[in-house]
Design a protein around this ligand. Structure first.
Ligand code: PA5
Length: 451
């Protein structure tokens, strides 16, 4: 079971000061369970793991299997919360060099709709011509521009190649129950749809079909993922005391540090497969907490790689950083360093050791060095990188984020700031209804750039 260790936060805040926040963290956790805090309309994720039925998992798996039977490349279209969860879990759990294998038993899963790059989509469509393709399009609102553009292009490609009728076997939409352009388009075209519940916001939706459908297509054991999350739901439930609730502990520790002036949290791991868990976490925490002039800025590193780039700053740069390491206790495979009679590389002191031993010593050495350099460290220890542990980790971070947001005094379930760029982009693109604003913005840009 996942554990939180905050003893090495001592360089920034005394353990006793973290534990002084235990009652506040417990209260905020209970607010999530009771729906008594801000954003209570978006708490559908709180009991999601325990409420997913075998029937729902079966439906998702059956739809995934049908798509797998017709497509050897599935393009998953979405952005933000409709993208990062599936991407993160896929990176964590799929065979990292699977793309090099000639024989595969699962389709390639690639992503689109998380940018508007002409080159990205062009290259994807070109490469896709060598495959039999399918698509999963995901948008809760059904109106987000980036995935809508990508879907239009990919749908055109699918219809051109297989015809409108057969496109129905190759396209699945995940969207709102009733609203939005994607829902009406899907109903008109006859696409299979899965629903994103109204009360689950995008960044908390990885355990809905938003995450589970693409993951099932990729061959992930979604039942094990949900089982891990379910276990964590029980471990962090209402009235679980602080001493036993890892989510409350993490929320308290990072808030205690924030209140001492540590305004940036770097999430790191010594397993490169967890790099995108960092990306998912950044969205979860950044969008949930960064508002009203408040919030810990979430950053991420992959180690030991980034010790050779960001390591210098972390060790000696401005002292506003805290660091949280996802520490993986056991690798899934075994590889040892051989003895070499010539020892030209001078590595014989490591002969017979497993790489994981060396990795753990790197982790321990960095922990001490960063603490000595004034960067308080938190550790989240998971047993191994598998579907069960990752399911638990996802739910742990969600629950801790809700608690932490309440401790910070914000509504962790809205994202008013995300709208600002959309309004400007629509105005500059002359979307009907935005003409006046478009003129104003163009004048501003002309003034600034001198055009
Ligand atoms: O967390 C969120 O709510 C956002 O990141 C959304 O997921 C993102 O903007 C995509 O929205 P939609 O699913 O409506 O296309």
């Amino acid at each position: 079971m996942l554990k939180v260790d905050y003893n090495m936060a001592e360089t920034g805040v005394a353990v006793s000061e973290i534990e002084k926040l235990s009652a506040e963290a417990e209260r905020c956790n209970n607010m999530l369970a009771r729906g008594s805090g801000a954003g209570a309309d978006f708490l559908g994720w709180v009991n999601l793991p325990s409420s997913i039925t075998d029937g729902q998992l079966h439906d998702i798996q059956a739809a995934a299997d049908r798509l797998r039977s017709v497509a050897d490349l599935v393009i998953v279209i979405g952005i933000g919360g409709s993208y990062l969860g599936a991407k993160a879990v896929l990176e964590a759990l799929s065979e990292p060099f699977g793309y090099l294998r000639h024989k595969r038993n699962a389709p390639h899963v690639v992503f689109a709709g998380q940018n508007i790059s002409e080159d990205y989509l062009h290259n994807l469509l070109e490469a896709a011509r060598e495959y039999s393709i399918g698509a999963i399009v995901i948008s809760k609102s059904g109106t987000t521009t980036e995935p809508a553009i990508a879907f239009r292009l990919i749908r055109d490609e699918i219809e051109a190649r297989y015809g409108k009728q057969s496109a129905r076997e190759r396209i699945i939409a995940v969207t709102d129950r009733a609203r939005g352009a994607l829902k009406s388009l899907s109903d008109t075209e006859g696409y299979r749809t899965f629903v994103i519940p109204d009360n689950v916001g995008g960044r908390y939706s990885v355990l809905t079909p938003v995450g589970l459908l693409p993951l099932a297509v990729a061959g992930t054991d979604i039942a094990a993922l949900v089982a891990g999350a379910r276990e964590m739901e029980a471990a962090t439930a209402e009235n679980i005391p602080f001493a036993k609730n890892p989510a409350a502990q993490y929320a308290a520790a990072r808030n205690a540090l924030y209140r001492k002036g540590y305004k940036v949290e770097i999430l790191g791991s010594y397993e490169p497969s967890l790099q995108y868990i960092g990306e998912w976490w950044k969205q979860l925490y950044g969008e949930s907490e960064g508002k009203g002039g408040r919030g810990i800025f979430p950053a991420s590193v992959t180690l030991t790689a980034d010790l050779h780039s960001m390591g210098q700053y972390i060790q000696e740069g401005e002292r506003m950083l805290m660091e949280t390491i996802i520490s993986v206790a056991k690798p899934n495979s075994e590889l040892r360093i051989n003895a070499d009679s010539e020892n030209l590389d001078g590595l014989n002191f490591l002969s017979g050791k497993r790489l994981s031993d060396v990795n753990h010593m790197a982790e321990a050495g960095v922990l001490l060095a960063h603490c000595d350099g004034g960067v308080p460290n938190l550790r989240i220890v998971i047993d191994r990188v598998d579907a069960h542990s990752i399911g638990a980790l996802l739910y742990f971070f969600e629950r801790a984020c809700g608690i932490s947001g309440y401790m910070l005094g914000v509504n962790p379930f809205d994202q008013p700031g995300v709208e600002a760029y959309k309004k400007n982009m629509f105005a500059l693109l002359d979307k009907p209804g935005y003409e006046e604003e478009g003129c104003r913005l163009r004048a501003r840009l002309a003034g600034r750039t001198g055009e």
